[in-house]
Design a binder for this molecule. Structure first.
Ligand code: GAL
Length: 419
């Protein structure tokens, strides 16, 4: 039996354990970057649930998609000796903060509620430091999605979502000819990197993605496949409108909603945006994985910083238990566009995009084509990610050749690794 399935079966009874048994008055100050329509709705569910348990919620949102501004603010707070009680954090960032000794563990909550039995091992490992849970995952976001406006596609004579990059390029040309912006995009480094990693997976496949963007293998970084990936990224650059620079991702999603643009390549938090605007999947908007196969994994989680005061520490435990309760995972993810991190939450009330995400996730685990997102801080340390973002953005905003981009990228990654 596959490991994911085994976890789900073993978890059969754990769905009965809810956060209800951790009721207590606690206080949490929560630092997050969920400020767009869909994001705010989702985090609002967490606030509501926490307050319903008698807790006090102090909201500390730091606007900025992808969380770069939030991470800068977090560093400043910790340096000042005043960390927030709970912080939206992920991937290697969790390990980095734990290594610095900045995090409280929530192992007692995890043991009591049997987290090991209900989380896919790939996620559980990310949440643990030295064998103890230091983070609670809220969701599984998929990064490699294309969102589309069916009316815009129809107007351009496109009858199906593209399944290869060649098809995508051909469709983009058709949209252009119809006077519609082919690709809604916001020129911010993390958004450029989101396009880039989806293209790398599509052009090179999962093994190549892993070698280049996770293992940072120099041969992969300098390969012809990487050159080809930049060539496709250059094509995408030709499909964005002149005002793309600096645009927030949710405003790009709104362009697709209005039919000003045909496609957006973005993780499924974009679906949260469509849903918050009352749009119906399959009718008002379409979803399809970006060409190539595989699954780019992104998961949001909360960590618990070392704070003083029984009230706050109690608040951390209540929040951790709540985040992992099956009911909360369902409500939150219906709003966020993602799927639950727990394997035992029924998806009956979720839409077709979420069901596709779940099916493809299982297939990717089985076929070893699940890869962690570099752009969304699941793959490499922040310092290395920063180098990727710099080169990819410089490429996107200049006429740099693909050969030069590859050389610069390989050198920058090497430099970051040596520091
Ligand atoms: C991602 C995060 C998502 C979504 C997105 C845009 O990194 O995992 O939850 O919020 O940024 O802000």
């Amino acid at each position: 039996m596959h490991i994911w399935k085994a976890a789900a079966v073993a978890a059969g009874f754990a769905g009965l354990v809810s956060a209800g048994n951790v009721r207590a008055d606690g206080t949490v100050e929560v630092l997050h970057w969920w400020t767009s329509g869909g994001e705010a709705k989702a985090v609002g569910e967490l606030k509501k649930a926490f307050e319903a348990e008698g807790g006090t919620w102090i909201d500390s949102p730091i606007a900025g998609g992808g969380g770069d501004a939030a991470m800068t603010a977090l560093r400043a707070r910790v340096v000042a000796g005043n960390p927030p009680t709970a912080v939206q954090l992920k991937g290697p960032g969790i390990q980095e903060w734990a290594k610095e000794g900045a995090l409280n563990d929530v192992q007692d909550v995890a043991m009591k509620n049997n987290w090991d039995a209900v989380l896919p091992p790939v996620l559980a490992n990310i949440m643990k430091y030295e064998g103890k849970y230091v983070a609670a995952p809220v969701n599984i976001h998929r990064v490699d999605w294309i969102w589309a406006n069916p009316e815009a596609l129809k107007a351009a004579g496109i009858t199906a979502m593209p399944t290869t990059w060649e098809e995508f390029n051909a469709d983009a040309e058709k949209l252009k000819a119809a006077g519609i912006t082919p690709l809604a995009h916001g020129g911010q480094p993390w958004q450029d990197a989101t396009l880039f990693e989806d293209v790398v997976l599509g052009v090179g496949g999962a093994d190549f993605y892993r070698k280049a963007l996770v293992e940072l293998d120099q041969a992969a970084l300098t390969s012809d496949t990487m050159v080809k990936s930049f060539d496709q990224l250059r094509k995408l650059r030709g499909y964005v409108d002149p005002n793309f620079s600096g645009r927030d991702w949710n405003l790009a999603t709104a362009m697709v909603m209005r039919g000003e643009a045909g496609f957006q390549i973005m993780g499924d938090w974009a679906k949260g945006e469509f849903l918050a605007a009352g749009k119906v999947p399959g009718k008002d908007f379409l979803c399809a994985p970006t060409p190539g196969g595989g699954f780019v994994l992104n998961s949001d989680s909360f960590t618990f910083f070392k704070v003083k005061g029984a009230d706050r520490i109690e608040g951390q435990k209540v929040l951790a238990g709540m985040i992992m309760s099956p009911d909360f995972q369902k409500t939150f993810n219906l709003a966020k566009g993602s799927i639950p991190a727990r394997t035992d939450v029924p998806l009956d009330d979720f839409d077709a995009c979420a069901k596709r995400s779940h099916a493809d996730l299982l297939a990717a685990i089985k076929g070893n084509t699940l890869v962690p997102s570099m752009a969304h801080e699941m793959a490499v340390p922040r310092s290395v990610r920063g180098e990727f973002l710099d080169v990819v953005t410089a490429f996107f905003n200049s006429d740099m050749s693909s050969d030069d981009a590859v050389k610069q990228l390989a050198a920058a990654v090497k430099r970051a690794q040596q520091n």
